[in-house]
Design a protein around this ligand. Structure first.
Ligand code: GLU
Length: 419
C-alpha cells in the first residue's frame, strides 16, 4: 500500500519543479533520499523482557550542508513517513537560508508507555546504532514529535562517550545547561507566531483582536498560542487527543499550559465549552487557524467545514494538496509548513553555531536573531507569491515557497556538478 503523506510530498515537489520551470532531473534527484539507515535497537525492559525496536535515519539531501532534522518517537510512524519528513526538511532548510541539507529519524514506539529508564536506554541505543552516520558536520538531529531536550541530553552524552570528548553540536535543542539555548524550548511556536503576525498584517489588517484556533497542544501548538496571545490575538480554541476546549471569549493560554503540564489533558481546562472531537478547532469560527498537530488533518472530506481565512501550518503536512486547492478557491491563504514552522530548525542552527564556537548569546539576543530570520523569510516568500499570483492566479503561497527553496537547491546541485 502506498503512503499518502509521502505521495503528497512528492506531488508537491513535482508541482514546484513544473511551476518553477526546473529540469525534470531536479525532481529525480529530490524524489529519493541519498541514504536510508534502518537499525534495530534492543532494550531490556523493566520487567526483564527484551524488546527490539526498529529505528530509522533518513539522510535525504546534503547539497547545502550536513543533514539536519528531528527524530520522531511515535507508535505508528513508518519508514515512508520518515522519508516524507526528511524530504520536507531539505525544502525547509533550503528555504530558511541555513547551511543544511535535510534528514529525519524515527523509532516506532509509544514513548508514553516507557519508563524513564527504558526511554533512556532506547535513546542511547539509537545513537549507538547510528553513531557512524551522525556528527556535528555529518548529520545533526533534534527533537520532533515524541522526543524532547532530555532525550537530546542522553543522546549527546552517548555520542560524546563514543567519540571520547564532548561534541555539543551533534544534537540541537538540548537543555540550556548542556549547551542548549533557552529560546529553543519555544522556538517553533515563536517562529510560527511571528509568521502568523506578519501574514495577518498583510491579509487581515493586523493581528490585534483576531480570533485564532489551534489544533494540537504539544510543544508547537502551546507556544504558537502563547506568543500569539502576547501579540494581541484572541485564542478561541485549543485541542489535544483528549478533546477540544472552545471559548469565544478567549482562552487563558498560560493557564491551559499549566493544566496540560499537570494533568496531561487540555480538556481539564476549567472554563469554556468541551468538544470531544480533537479536530474541532479546524471548524470553529475564527479568522486564523493553526493546524499544529499532525500530517493529513485537512482533507477533501472536511475542508468544506474550515472557516478560517488564514491557515498557518505548524505541523508538517497537515493539509493535503487537494484540500489546499479548495481553501484557495474559497479565498483562504495557507502559509505552508516548511516556511511557517521553520523556527525550530532555524533556532537549531543558531544553537549549533554557538556550539561550534563554544560561545553563547543570551535569550533576548537569540530571540531577536530568530525573529529577524523568520520575518525576512516570510516577506521574501510573500513578495514572490504576490508577484507570481499576479501572473498566474491559481498559484499558492506553497508554490512560491517551493520555487524559492528549489532555486537554491538547484543552483547548489548544479554548481556541484550533480545536475
Ligand atoms: N523537528 C523539527 C522540524 O520538523 C526541528 C528540526 C531541527 O531542529 O533540526 O523542523
Amino acid at each position: 500500500m502506498g503512503n499518502e503523506f509521502l505521495e503528497n510530498v512528492l506531488k508537491t515537489i513535482k508541482r514546484g519543479v513544473e511551476i518553477g520551470g526546473f529540469p525534470e532531473d531536479l525532481y529525480k534527484m529530490l524524489s529519493k533520499p541519498e541514504r536510508i539507515v534502518i537499525v534495530k535497537i534492543p532494550v531490556r525492559m523493566d520487567d526483564g523482557r527484551l524488546e527490539v525496536f526498529e529505528g530509522y535515519r533518513v539522510q535525504h539531501n546534503s547539497a547545502l550542508g550536513p543533514y539536519k532534522g528531528g527524530i520522531r518517537f511515535h507508535p505508528q510512524v513508518t519508514l515512508e513517513d520518515d522519508i516524507a519528513l526528511a524530504t520536507l526538511m531539505t525544502l525547509k532548510n533550503s528555504l530558511a537560508g541555513i547551511p543544511y541539507g535535510g534528514g529525519k529519524g524515527a523509532v516506532r514506539v509509544d514513548p508514553k508507555k516507557l519508563s524513564p529508564r527504558e526511554l533512556e536506554q532506547l535513546s542511547r541505543g539509537y545513537v549507538r546504532a547510528l553513531y557512524r552516520v551522525l556528527g556535528d558536520h555529518i548529520d545533526i538531529p533534534a527533537p520532533d514529535i515524541g522526543t524532547n531536550p532530555q532525550i537530546m541530553a542522553w543522546m549527546v552524552d552517548e555520542y560524546s562517550k563514543l567519540e571520547g570528548y564532548n561534541v555539543p553540536g551533534v544534537f540541537t535543542a538540548k537543555p540550556p545547561v548542556l549547551w542548549g539555548n533557552p529560546v529553543r524550548e519555544y522556538a517553533t511556536g515563536f517562529g510560527l507566531a511571528v509568521v502568523t503576525r506578519e501574514a495577518a498584517e498583510k491579509y487581515l489588517g493586523g493581528i490585534e483582536g483576531k480570533r485564532v484556533a489551534i489544533q494540537g497542544f504539544g510543544n508547537t501548538g502551546q507556544w504558537h498560542a502563547y506568543w500569539l496571545q502576547k501579540m494581541g490575538a484572541k485564542i478561541v480554541a485549543i485541542s489535544d487527543t483528549s478533546g477540544t476546549v472552545y471559548d469565544p471569549e478567549g482562552i487563558d493560554v498560560e493557564l491551559a499550559m499549566k493544566v496540560k503540564k499537570e494533568t496531561g489533558k487540555v480538556i481539564n481546562y476549567p472554563k469554556g465549552e468541551k468538544i470531544p472531537d480533537p479536530k474541532a478547532p479546524l471548524y470553529v469560527d475564527a479568522e486564523i487557524l493553526g493546524p499544529d498537530a499532525m500530517e493529513n488533518q485537512i482533507t477533501l472530506e472536511n475542508v468544506d467545514k474550515v472557516k478560517a481565512k488564514l491557515i498557518v501550518e505548524g505541523a508538517n503536512g497537515p493539509t493535503t494538496p487537494e484540500a489546499e486547492q479548495k481553501l484557495y478557491e474559497k479565498g483562504s491563504i495557507v502559509v505552508p509548513d516548511f516556511l511557517a514552522n521553520a523556527g525550530g530548525v532555524v533556532m537549531s542552527y543558531l544553537e549549533w553555531v554557538e556550539n561550534l564556537q563554544w560561545y553563547f548569546w543570551d535569550e533576548e539576543e537569540t530571540r531577536a536573531r530568530l525573529e529577524k530570520i523568520m520575518r525576512n523569510n516570510f516577506l521574501k516568500v510573500y513578495d514572490r507569491f504576490e508577484k507570481m499570483r499576479s501572473e498566474k492566479p491559481k498559484v499558492t503561497m506553497r508554490d512560491a515557497a517551493l520555487v524559492l527553496s528549489l532555486e537554491r537547491l538547484y543552483h547548489a546541485m548544479k554548481v556541484r556538478g550533480w545536475l
